[in-house]
Design a protein around this ligand. Structure first.
Ligand code: F6P
Length: 519
């Protein structure tokens, strides 16, 4: 399908004019004073997520024109191409079908092509096998520790979800995540486990990633050195490179497909640690929550389509207001790896400087995504959000019902979240003084009824589709990641030099550091 870049549409030109005439000076306090219905008009209830967009630098005209931009860029056609199984990952010639991993069999949603239908059959076959295996591991009292060895998408999703769904987790076992090649990580886990009671999950889409393969080899060496015999029982591979896993000596493997990007893979076999931790039924609920969001994205009109509206805000802030980062502020300790997960999802997908045809872009793309669980962030970097020289849109994520019985804590937590969003918007008058806060700083408030597998699934799918839409508007391919390859190649070149000391051909800085490291 042909793509239409945002800067080549009439809507882009109209938005430029709108920004100059009213966007630049829009004042949230005045906007609320002038419009009693602003909160209702700018909030959306979608599956499992309520979103208040009213504290964003929008008015009906701006929002209408942004939505028109999505229309003119062909976001709907691009979305339909994804749901139709077309090869929209143009640089790798692959379809993009992580949504199919949560598509129920026989669902009467949209007609699937014979190719997609065939893939769906395989998805459900692997899912059934994997969930049966997860259940067997859950029932196997001799296995006390599950160690996931994987990095990037083969780590962040499972780790984030196991932490977030702690209430559903079987605490009869311990879950460890080893990602970095920094030997401290693996050796710290190996100190805590015993070979006869440990299951190692080697998670790697490619089964070639340096960190994962180094950790997997060291784990296998430790296992045999400790007298471990039964590799088949204690090692399991989660990969789309089934042959490499077999060559490594792993007999139990759950596969997935090249149309699942690493950072979109927690719904595939990569989700096995989640399924072991929360059980097959809850894992299916996670998938169902994500599917509900897929359906919202696929069928809601652009005006009421939450992933689309969030992506349009991203473009409005990045390309018109010039804001270059977004802070994510979860008010739930279970979401403490959410920012790391979103950093990969958004920045690896949309951190691109050329369009899908390879032409250099004249505008900025992915903002920097950053943050911490916000109760802590408030006592650290929120100072900058309120009084710093940059305007940084904040995304609050809060949960209405919690699983603990300390209601006073929850009221205080929620009050803080609401107060921070309010303070960002209202500011404080102390002209010329140190207490002055300009206010008019935008934020979005996402609210979940409860943090459950279904609501987490919906929240993550919401972000996936928002990233898709922003990438679609920017005209880029959100599904490759060539930028991470050069560093890998250079590391291969440098590694032997750490032993040999050979600095020939290196730049002076790298050569100087190498010398210091060897001295
Ligand atoms: O180097 C980046 C990356 O390819 C990510 O996109 C991916 O999630 C991660 O490495 C891990 O890759 P794999 O699952 O193939 O080990």
């Amino acid at each position: 399908m042909s793509r239409i870049r945002c800067d080549r549409t009439p809507a882009w030109t109209a938005l430029r004019a709108l920004y100059d005439s009213r966007g630049r000076t829009l004042d949230l306090r005045q906007a609320f004073a002038a419009d009693d219905g602003r909160f209702e008009r700018l909030s959306l209830q979608v599956p499992h997520v309520f979103a208040d967009l009213s504290k964003n630098l929008l008015d009906p005209q701006i929002q209408g024109q942004l939505t028109e931009l999505a229309r003119q860029c062909g976001v709907q056609e691009h979305r339909d191409a994804m749901f139709g199984g077309e090869s929209i990952n143009s640089t790798e010639g692959r379809a993009v079908m992580h949504w199919l991993l949560r598509h129920p069999q026989g669902a009467a949603t949209h007609p699937l092509t014979p190719y997609v239908q065939g893939e769906l059959g395989q998805v459900h076959a692997v899912l059934a096998d994997m969930l049966a295996y997860a259940q067997a591991v859950r029932e196997d009292a001799a296995i006390t520790d599950v160690v996931n060895i994987g990095i990037g998408g083969s780590d962040l999703g499972p780790q984030m979800a196991v932490l977030a769904l702690d209430e559903c987790v079987d605490h009869g076992k311990r879950y460890h995540f080893v990602s970095s090649v920094d030997g401290h990580e693996l050796s710290s886990v190996l100190r805590q486990v015993r070979p006869q009671s440990t299951l190692f999950l080697v998670a790697s889409k490619s089964f070639t990633t340096l960190e994962t393969m180094t950790n997997a080899r060291s784990a296998r060496a430790w296992f045999t050195a400790q007298g471990g015999r039964d590799i088949a029982r204690h090692f399991c591979a989660l990969t789309s490179n089934v042959q490499a896993a077999a060559e490594f000596g792993i007999r139990t493997t759950f596969g997935f497909w090249d149309w699942v990007g690493g950072r979109y893979s927690m719904w595939s076999a990569i989700g096995l640690p989640i399924a072991i931790a929360i059980g097959p039924q809850r894992f299916r609920e996670l998938l169902a929550g994500a599917h509900a969001m897929d359906e919202h994205f696929r069928s809601a009109p652009l005006e009421r389509n939450l992933p689309v509206q969030l992506a349009l805000l991203d473009v409005w802030y990045r390309n018109f207001h010039g804001f270059n980062s977004r802070s994510v502020a979860p008010y739930h300790s279970g979401l403490r790896r959410m920012q790391a997960y979103l950093q990969q999802l958004e920045m690896e997908s949309n951190g691109k400087r050329v369009d899908a045809a390879g032409q250099a872009l004249p505008y900025a793309t992915s903002p920097v995504i950053w943050g911490e669980p916000a109760a802590n962030g408030q006592h650290a970097y929120f100072q900058m959000l309120h009084q710093g020289s940059d305007v940084i849109p904040v995304e609050f994520i809060a949960v209405k019902k919690v699983a603990h019985d300390l209601p006073e804590h929850h009221h205080k937590l929620l009050a803080n979240g609401l107060a921070q969003a309010q303070a960002l918007m209202l500011g404080q008058q102390d002209p010329g003084g140190h207490r002055h806060m300009p206010g008019n700083r935008p934020s979005t408030f996402l609210l979940l009824e409860e943090l459950t597998p279904a609501s987490l699934g919906a929240l993550i799918a919401l972000y996936e589709h928002r990233v898709f839409t922003a990438g679609s508007l920017w005209g880029i391919n959100s599904f490759d990641q060539w930028g991470v390859e050069l560093g890998k190649v250079l590391a291969k070149n440098i590694e032997p030099r750490l032993s040999s000391g050979d600095a020939a051909g290196l730049d002076a800085s790298t050569a100087g550091l190498l010398k210091r490291l060897r001295s």
